[in-house]
Design a protein around this ligand. Structure first.
Ligand code: AMP
Length: 548
């Protein structure tokens, strides 16, 4: 093969902030702070603080390959940590504060984090968990000296702003192999412990470029994007990388994510687009309805992480003239896999048809190949009729899980395709339609609940002979868990008793909303509980408070 004669320069995460600080030094990065008030800077000033932070982290002994944990809201210090760690060849490991204590314990120990950076909101979690996390891990409070805690019982804390003081405003980023790790995010497993997805410099840069290539109108120099989706949800869908690369500004909302707070922030900062899960937009729509108007400047809403309901797309597009982009993806895909950026021909159709297209999961992003297969693994046609498990392939899709051989073995087929656990149809014009899920998980407000974890707890109750947890639709949270129980012959327990039993063992928001008692559970031919049949049997069931 005749080789091309182009330079083999590595793709690197810090090159993004170098580029943004040079071309868009004044484009703003605005944060609602945990301490109160706003922090404003441009990409130029942000790069200087990132350099100072990199010097400080290096002085603390952070080395290439080290994992640096963050437990933080969307804010400028969190953004700075992404780039400073990458500039040192280290790995930014974002943690989801909504996880159970057991999962937080597992993840930090499994990742062997070396430094733990957190917003003051999460000090109680740190105090509670510290004795269960690695000895010798350093703790960095993401605040200034005036807001450091004085109480007894606080761990030995380093202060973020004090560390930055006096540090030089430039830093020569470490030359890293583009395949070196730069980010780590754990995702829920169907069973057992969460699994770590380890992003590289190369995958991160390619993902950012391919997101921009979709043509989503958020990406234009000077336009302001509000990531409501947290940085701990797959790096806010890649926005800390794609936005600066495109020259778009970022408005980080901090801890306040209710409709009224988002509305006033959008209005004050003339936000052009906002990105988040459907649950968040319900809150915003209520506020828009209350005020009888839109926040000034808002033109686009990106809805992802769960299926965008048709009624929501209609309300935004028809009632308010806001463009909706619906996106699908996974933590393992960096995460964006498809968006409803339509073809010119689709856009030329009437509004009804266009809204219909947007209820699909959209069309694939460049560099994301898709196939659907039947139960024997045979590829099915993209004819809009055949449905099968969706497999994906591409340079920003996980090839395995960090430090987890068992999970890595099962996730990719012999031809190198990643199995998504989603069941889909693909139409000839490339629209992806999700129709089901093979993974036994429930997505509530953008967060996962493992059915099997809850079942394992419930079955341990003496009154439970057999049980299954299924997802039922919910207008606010998209899905909520329902516990279906077959009672033991001599067992007796009320709904309330069973729910208390579970509540003692999982995070509060993971407790099922209701319990139904059944004579038996439907089984498949191989004797497993058929959740599909169970869902069909309970199709008319409504959660308490949701009855018509
Ligand atoms: P996560 O890794 O937590 O981002 O979850 C990824 C999973 O969320 C996907 O495999 C889907 O099951 C679900 N998901 C994400 N986006 C959508 C969407 N737009 N519509 C339906 N399901 C979605």
């Amino acid at each position: 093969m005749l080789q091309g004669m182009m330079m083999d320069r590595p793709l690197s995460v810090p090159s993004i902030i170098d580029y943004a600080s040079e071309l868009y030094p004044e484009v703003e990065l605005v944060s609602v702070t945990v301490e109160g008030g706003l922090h404003r800077s441009g990409y130029g000033a942000a790069r200087k603080r990132i350099a100072r932070l990199a010097h400080a982290l290096k002085a603390l002994g952070v080395k290439p390959g080290d994992r640096v944990a963050t437990l933080a809201w969307n804010g400028y210090r969190h953004f700075e940590l992404y780039y400073a760690t990458a500039g040192l060849g280290a790995v930014c490991h974002t943690l989801n504060p909504r996880l159970s204590e057991a999962h937080l314990e597992y993840i930090v120990n499994h990742a062997e984090d070396r430094l733990f950076c957190f917003d003051m909101t999460f000090l109680p979690i740190v105090q509670k968990m510290q004795s269960r996390w690695p000895d010798g891990m350093a703790y960095l409070a993401m605040t200034d000296a005036a807001h450091m805690p004085e109480e007894e019982g606080s761990p030995d804390l380093l202060c973020y702003e004090s560390l930055l003081e006096g540090q030089p405003e430039d830093f020569r980023w470490l030359d890293v192999d583009e395949r070196a790790a730069s980010g780590l995010c754990y995702t829920s497993g169907t069973t057992g412990e969460p699994k770590g997805v380890l992003y590289s410099h190369r995958s991160t840069v390619l993902h950012a470029l391919c997101c921009i290539a979709t043509g989503i109108e958020s990406y234009k120099a000077g336009r302001m994007i509000l990531p409501v989706v947290p940085l701990f949800h797959v790096n806010a869908w890649g926005l800390p990388f794609s936005a600066p690369l495109a020259g778009s500004g970022l408005i980080f909302p901090g801890p306040k994510l209710d409709g009224a707070s988002l509305f006033s922030l959008m209005e004050a900062e003339e936000v052009h687009s906002a990105w988040g899960v459907p649950t968040v937009w319900l809150g915003l729509l209520q506020e828009i309805e209350k005020q009888g108007r839109l926040p000034n400047g808002l033109e686009l809403v990106l809805i992802g992480g769960s299926a965008a309901p048709r009624s929501m797309i209609e309300t935004f597009e028809r009632n308010y003239g806001i463009q909706v982009v619906h996106g699908w993806g996974m933590t393992e895909m960096s995460p964006v896999g498809s968006t409803t950026m339509l073809s010119p021909q689709m856009n030329g159709e009437g509004q009804d048809r266009r809204i219909g297209f947007k209820t699909s999961q959209g069309r694939r992003v460049f560099n994301v190949d898709m196939k659907i297969v039947d139960e024997e693994g045979q590829a099915l046609p993209h004819d809009g009729k055949a449905s099968g498990e969706l497999y994906v392939r591409g340079p920003f899709i996980a090839s395995g899980y960090y430090g987890n051989e068992a999970a890595s073995r099962g996730c990719v087929d012999p031809d190198g395709w990643f199995s998504t656990g989603d069941v889909a149809k693909i139409s000839p014009d490339g629209l992806l339609w999700l129709v089901d899920r093979t993974k036994d998980l429930i997505k509530s407000g953008g967060e996962w609940i493992s059915s099997i974890d809850i079942e394992n707890i419930a079955i341990a109750h003496p009154a439970v002979a057999n049980c299954a947890v299924i997802a039922v639709p919910h207008p606010k949270w998209d899905e909520r868990p329902l516990l279906c129980v077959v009672k033991a012959i001599d067992g007796e327990a009320s709904k309330e008793e069973l729910l208390v039993f579970i509540a003692e063992r999982v995070a509060k928001w993971q407790v099922p909303d209701d319990v139904v008692f059944l004579e038996s559970l439907p089984l498949t031919a191989t004797g497993k509980i058929s959740k599909r049949t169970l869902r069909q049997q309970l199709a008319d069931y409504r959660l308490p408070g949701q009855e018509e």
